[in-house]
Each structure stands twice: as C-alpha cells, then as structure tokens.
Design a protein around this ligand. Sequence first.
Ligand SMILES: C[S@@+](CC[C@H](N)C(=O)[O-])C[C@H]1O[C@@H](n2cnc3c(N)ncnc32)[C@H](O)[C@@H]1O
Length: 258
Amino acid sequence: MQWRIRLLLLTVVIGFSGQAQTQTDTSFWQDWRRWGRDTKQIRKARKKNPKEVGALTASSPWLARTLAQSVEGEATVPHEPRKILEIGCGPGNVTECIIAKMHPDDRLDAVECTKVLYDQACVRIEALRSAAQGQGFPDVRLHCSAFPDFDSGVEQYDDIISTLPFVSLPNEVVITILPAIFARLKPGGTFTYMTFLGANWGTKVWKTITLNFDELKEYNQKMDVFNEWLESAFELERKPIVWLNFTPSWVCAFRKKD
Ligand SMILES: C[S@@+](CC[C@H](N)C(=O)[O-])C[C@H]1O[C@@H](n2cnc3c(N)ncnc32)[C@H](O)[C@@H]1O
C-alpha cells in the first residue's frame, strides 16, 4: 500500500503545481486511473522479471505523451509515410500515445518480451482499432520477442522509442542492444528514451551502498559505454523533464548523425 500513498501524494502535489492544466484530450483523473491500471500490470510482471521490467510503475500518461512527441515532430507536408519502432511496449500505454500521433500511412512495430504484458498490449490495441472502425488507423504490429531478436521485415526505422530500463538491464544485454538500435535506425532518424531524474547518480549511490566492488565496477562500465555511444553517434534534440511520473523523468530525444 505504501507505494500507492507515495504515488498519490506526488501526483497531487505536482499535478496542482501546473502540469495538470496542460491536458487537453483527457481529464487529469482519467489519466490518473489509467496510470494506476497500467502500474498494476507492470508490478505483477515485475515480480517475475525484475531486471527486464525494471520500473516500479508504468510510465505515466504525461510521460507517455512526451515520449510520443518524437513522432509528431516528424510531420511533413505532403506526408511521407514513416516507420516507427517501439522497444519494450509493456501493456501498450506508450504505444497508445504513439498511435494517436501517427498518420494512417505510417507503420508501427512494437516489441515486448514479457508475454503477459504483450497480451495486454494486444487487447488494448485491438480495442483502439475497433473503436476506429478501420478509419484512418495506421499499420500497427505487435511482436512478442526480445529486441534485437525479432524480424519485422523492416530494415531501418525513422523513429525508435524505447522505455527499456537500461539502468537495470545486465551489461551484456545493453551492449547488444545499443548497436542493434543504431543499425535499425535510418541516418537522421530519432532515438527517444526515458531516464529517471538522477538515475545515474542515484543508482550509483544506491549501488555503492548495496553492491560489492565488482558489481559497482560493472555498472559504471555499462553507463560509460551507454553515454559514449550516445555522444559519438547521436545529437541531442530535446530533453524535457516530466515531473508527473514516478519518479520524475527526462525524455531524451536524439537524432542519429548522417
Ligand atoms: C520499464 S518497462 C516499460 C513499460 C511501458 N512501455 C511503460 O513505459 O510503462 C520496460 C519494458 O521493456 C520490456 N523489455 C525489457 N527488455 C526487453 C527487450 N530486450 N525486448 C523487448 N522488451 C523488453 C519489459 O518486459 C518491460 O515491459
């Protein structure tokens, strides 16, 4: 129960300090209820797969919408169909926001390795598809597999959005995923991910207290590789903070260098 009380307090304090007023499409309380439902699903899955799922809560609707802005930012007139990849779609909460920003000619592949979350995402996307009654609904395909081991038939994407928990994933997984993201992204394409505010130093302090020397060294190496990779292959486009999330997070949107 304790996490729910903390989450409620955080939401109320930050919500009333301004962000809630930026909502246009759904009400603040609808978003709050949706976040609660997604978090329940994420927490259940996390009990079985703590490292893969990583987060204690689902991304909040406010965070999900900010992540999805990378797709909106790419609109051109006339529209050029875009190919979008979402990695770690969980129960489909961010997927839903990406779809809301998509053009009917665009295509989205969403990959999720935890079967129970993949099933929930399928139900959610099917509900959206039937609500649209086939009108203007983009080509959305869900894949139950672990990135990068999935075959969508698309060689390179225009946008990749990830909510993978890079901080908690093992080194060998992160080191495999990074070059795969690079390879699957077109030159000039966008790579967007989220990271908790202070995740680097906060996790470092936590790991310094709880881990032995070798584990800490391994963690530091992983984060160094991650940051060096970003700096060498990408340019930062935007890095807004989303306060209304547990915990508040940065959305980091990068563009692959040509
Ligand atoms: C932090 S959760 C995010 C879930 C949801 N997108 C959100 O933002 O609330 C990370 C998700 O990535 C999935 N995941 C972890 N490693 C993965 C991989 N290699 N390929 C695909 N999904 C992965 C986990 O199962 C989990 O659902």
